[in-house]
Design a protein. Structure first.
Ligand SMILES: [Zn+2]
Lengths: 479, 490
């Protein structure tokens, strides 16, 4: 099992090890254990070894230097196949790299490969990948969550110290909770989306999956900040998140949204979250109750906005310039065949829903109202933040479910009911492991004010220190 | 010819035309990426992940495109929406790499403008519904055998404005005049080259007919593929005739899209209403709303030049030009600029107008050249006009000097000097010659004195011959008469 970013960075700083050694260890772990997990779609072993070797003996410039990592396969990498887990991009090799991945590479982190996901990030279990199943490292019959299931599983199984994922409705936080790792969805605009294959452009955000909150802060430090190539990336200055970590929770007000069986919350999950709240209270935080009255409309609103945007975002996959082309009798025939064969069922479902929603005469009833609901949800949070500094819920209502268990798409959609509101409101959300239920990890979610990742990391880190029990290492990860 | 039958018979129906004009903006780079907008580069060389619509690429708005669009909209008298936004217009076509075009739907950059045109000496005001900013698509070339299509994405993402007129245009001729007016405004503001042959100005037309007096519009036909102003007029004229005939036969005009066929000079059916698109517009989440603050707007307004309508009025009112001259001279900012420079260099305005509209334009048109490549500097033309005014040369000689100067690049005054073309208008120089001719031609003198006025012509001819034609003939005539009179009195 690979250690954390912090441990690797300390070792490199003390010159006890070289980047090549960590890369060798990471690749060995992938070769040894990924057969059982299926986290990686593409491994760039030769390139990674070469890049790490070039860093050997060089001065360490920052904590990312020489640290192996993985990228969700919807984040473009120059010269390295990027598929979004879709047949339509099965052999697509981008000519440019996404800003977030490039910033890590510039800092000296070494990419080893690309991880599995639900096709075009549409899903909550990674079962919608066109290529392979990814198993939960804690239980081979359980899903890793999704859509960043490959990234979460790779970190949980100790194949890499960290990976990047993308989160449109919970796709970083929910798999982080299912796999017992830390997942951070930054504020919308905090991390550049340039080079992230778009799903719901007004919701998508790239963020880290790590083993500790401190590591999440380190990764965020490297990838955050304005990007001239992304008009929606914010000009806000990048904070010193490492400094924020040590502030403790004394005096912080934690807003709790009451949840229960109505939301389908598993009693074990509720108990773990309640225990975490008591821990935080014991450390000096104040617990207040808050309400998000419009959150009950979040899932419905999300499934209008996200498919509508997706229906346009995925129009470019038409077989004309790149990706899969199936020859047809006519132009329309070529479009229909390429897209019919190239896209999976869930992707087609969302394209059709989105196309319908935007149709003449339906726009006002659906898309516009959903956007209005986003405003109401944002206002709910603003009201809550008058009384507290973060809002807490379970990350997901249940621990990881079994493969095939959520065959009804609506049941699958409801697994994201606690994570979706933060995307609709553009707010940062952090999932931290808070216990085990039936042998599977459970996460607690903190949602903060816009651009206040500092407070989330501060609370998350304090909780980790106070948790009082270690999260058990999955068997598959070895020692 | 089709146009004849329409123009000779009194029209039975009122023609209603609205035009949609696409104008490419003159920016260095594309609207949402840094690629060059150069026309005529090898296919697919001015492209990048953004304008090719590669997965993950995002648009970043070029502020220069906004500036040019705002200027164009202001010059057309539009209200500027200082908080506008961009929308996605969704449709599939190989030349549209993203499967949607970034355009503006319900908040265009400009609205409620107008353009004044002059039709048969009468001023007409054509309303402009909206001016919006959008990206151009690529260019498809279809193989003749129908097996494949090649697409060039160099043009993809070149900034365009679409100028939509109100259905205020009442004849094909007005449509052409409106287009000329739009082109003049765009060129004055320096926002576009408006070269129809390079596609930097494109025009679609909507045309319907209705009985005079009826307020409701008739069924409209959309016309496409008209690649010159003349063809726009021709296509519309053909449609007026076609629809008139249909209505006279009692047939209903169906909504459809037709294209102009240059070979047959007719319009042919492209598609009917059933195939109409639902573009599923929605705000582009990749772009933030565009805010044009007062300071920016004020700066752009200050940069606006004198527009053709104002200039036309000034030429008539201040320079005393006939309206026709003012219209021709202001139709092209380069021409107006040239004319003004000739006047500024001291030439009489009407003389300058005659030369610019006459010999200069004829010279340029014969050679297919633009005013920018005028072979004679404005101050040199002014000097030439000055020499005629001072009687140094005759008007006839001046046109010869003009041609020589244009062809050799030598300035007119040098041409006059080197070729000894200056007229001798100096009495002291002419008198010895005149006295000699009088002395040598007593017969002509006596004829003249005997009442034969014409006899003086022979004497003038002798003087011209003796001076190799350089003598100022008017002056010679007067001086001979004076000398003979003086001699006969003494
Ligand atoms: Zn480009």
């Amino acid at each position: 099992m690979l250690p954390t970013i912090r441990e690797i960075a300390d070792s490199l700083r003390r010159k006890e090890t070289q980047p090549s050694e960590w890369m060798a260890q990471s690749l060995a772990a992938v070769r040894e254990r990924d057969g059982a997990i299926g986290a990686f779609l593409t491994l760039d072993a030769d390139g990674a070894v070469e890049r790490a070797r070039r860093l050997d003996g060089q001065p360490q410039t920052n904590p990312m230097f020489g640290v192996p990592f993985a990228l969700k396969d919807n984040i473009c990498t120059e010269g390295l196949r990027t598929t979004a887990a879709s047949r339509i991009l099965e052999s697509y090799i981008p000519p440019y790299s996404a800003t977030a991945g490039q910033r890590l590479a510039d800092a000296g982190a070494v990419l080893i490969g690309k991880t599995n996901l639900d096709e075009f990030a549409m899903g909550s279990s990674t079962e919608n990948s066109a290529f392979q199943k990814t198993r939960n490292p804690y239980h081979s019959d359980a899903v890793p969550g999704g859509s960043s299931g490959g990234s979460a599983a790779a970190v949980a199984a100790g194949l890499v110290p960290f990976a990047l994922g993308s989160d449109t409705g919970g796709s970083i936080r929910q798999p982080a909770a299912f796999c017992g790792v830390v997942g951070l969805k930054p504020t919308y605009g905090r991390v550049s989306r340039y080079g992230l294959i778009a799903f719901g452009s007004s919701l998508d955000q790239i963020g880290p999956l790590t083993r500790t909150v401190e590591d999440a802060a380190l990764v965020l430090q490297a990838i955050a900040g304005h990007d001239p190539n992304d008009s929606t990336s914010a000009p806000q200055p990048v904070d010193d998140w490492m400094a924020a970590l040590e502030r403790g929770v004394r005096g912080l007000r934690i807003g709790v949204v009451r949840t229960g069986e109505e939301e389908g919350v598993h009693p074990g999950v509720q108990a773990a979250v309640d225990a975490a709240l008591r821990t935080l209270e014991g450390a000096g935080a104040e617990i207040v109750e808050v309400a998000l009255p419009h959150a009950q409309y979040a899932v419905a609103s999300y499934y209008l906005v996200a498919p509508a945007e997706a229906s346009a975002n995925l129009a470019r996959f038409d077989g004309v310039r790149y990706g899969r082309r199936v020859v047809g009798e006519t132009l329309t025939d070529m479009y229909e065949r390429s897209r019919s064969e190239g896209f999976g069922l869930e992707v087609k479902r969302r394209i059709m829903i989105g196309t319908y929603i935007l149709s003449e005469g339906y726009y006002d009833a659906y898309y516009k109202r959903a956007q209005q609901m986003r405003t109401l949800i944002r206002q709910d949070y603003e009201a809550a933040f008058e009384r507290c500094d973060v809002v807490v819920t379970p990350t997901a209502p249940t621990p990881a479910f079994r493969f095939g268990e959520k065959s009804d798409p609506l049941q699958m959609y409801l697994t994201d009911l606690f994570t979706i509101p933060a995307n609709l409101a553009g707010l940062p959300g952090l999932s931290v492991p808070c216990g085990m239920v039936d042998g599977l990890p459970v996460g607690i979610q903190f949602v903060g004010r816009a651009f206040d990742e500092a407070t989330l990391l501060q609370i998350g880190h304090a909780y980790e220190q106070e948790r009082g029990f270690p999260m058990p290492t999955p068997e598959v990860a070895g020692q | 010819m089709s146009t004849q039958s329409v123009s000779t018979s009194a029209p039975l129906f009122e023609t209603v035309i609205g035009l949609e004009v696409h104008v490419e903006l003159k920016t260095e780079t594309k609207i949402f990426c840094g690629c060059k907008t150069t026309f005529g580069s090898p296919p697919n060389t001015n492209v990048c992940p953004v304008c090719l619509g590669l997965p993950g690429a995002l648009p970043v708005l070029n502020r220069r495109a906004v500036e040019l669009a705002v200027k164009a909209a202001m010059a057309l008298g539009c209200h500027i929406n200082q908080d506008c936004k961009f929308d996605r217009k969704n449709y599939f076509y190989p030349d549209l790499p993203k499967g949607y075009q970034i355009s503006q739907y319900d908040r265009p950059i400009g609205e409620h403008g107008h353009l004044e045109i002059e039709v048969g000496g009468e001023r007409r005001r054509i309303g402009i519904t909206r001016v919006h900013l959008e990206e151009d698509a690529g260019k498809s070339s279809h193989a003749a055998d129908g097996t494949h299509t090649l697409v060039d994405y160099n043009r993809t993402g070149v900034p365009l404005i679409e100028i939509v007129s109100e259905p205020d245009i009442r004849s094909p001729e007005e449509a052409r005049l409106y287009l000329e007016g739009i082109r003049a405004v765009m060129q004055y503001c320096d926002v576009s080259d408006c070269r129809m042959e390079e596609g930097s100005l494109r025009c679609d037309a909507n045309i319907s007919l209705r009985p005079f007096g009826q307020t409701a519009f008739g069924q409209k036909i959309e016309l496409k593929n008209m690649n010159s102003f003349r063809n726009v007029q021709k296509a519309l004229e053909f449609e007026v005739e076609r629809q008139t005939a249909m209505l006279q036969r009692g047939e209903a005009v169906e909504q459809e899209t037709r294209r102009f066929d240059e070979a047959t000079q007719t319009t042919v059916l492209m598609r009917t209403k059933e195939e109409a698109h639902d573009y599923r517009y929605f705000p582009d989440p990749d772009l933030v709303p565009l805010a044009i603050d007062d300071a920016w707007l004020g700066q752009l307004r200050a940069e606006l030049p004198e527009l053709p309508a104002t200039k036309r009025r000034r030429y008539v009112e201040e320079l005393g030009l006939p309206p026709y001259d003012a219209g021709v001279l202001t139709s092209d900012p380069a021409l107006a600029h040239y004319f003004e420079a000739v006047v500024a260099a001291g030439a009489d305005a009407k003389q300058a107008s005659n030369w610019v509209m006459g010999d200069l334009l004829a010279y340029l048109n014969n050679r297919g050249r633009s005013v920018a490549d005028a072979p004679l500097a404005p101050e040199h033309l002014a000097a030439l006009i000055g020499e005629v005014a001072r009687d140094t040369i005759s008007s006839k000689q001046a046109r010869e000097v003009f041609q020589i100067s244009c062809e050799t690049g030598t300035d007119p005054q040098t041409v006059i000097r080197e070729r000894g073309m200056a007229q001798i208008s100096d009495a002291d120089a002419l008198l010895p010659v005149i006295d000699q001719v009088i002395a040598e031609n007593p017969k002509s003198v006596s004829d003249y004195l005997g009442g034969k006025q014409k006899a003086i012509g022979a004497l003038v001819g002798q003087v011209m011959k003796a001076t190799q034609g350089k003598a100022n003939p008017g002056m010679v005539n007067r001086l001979i008469a004076e000398r003979i009179a003086a001699a006969s009195e003494s």
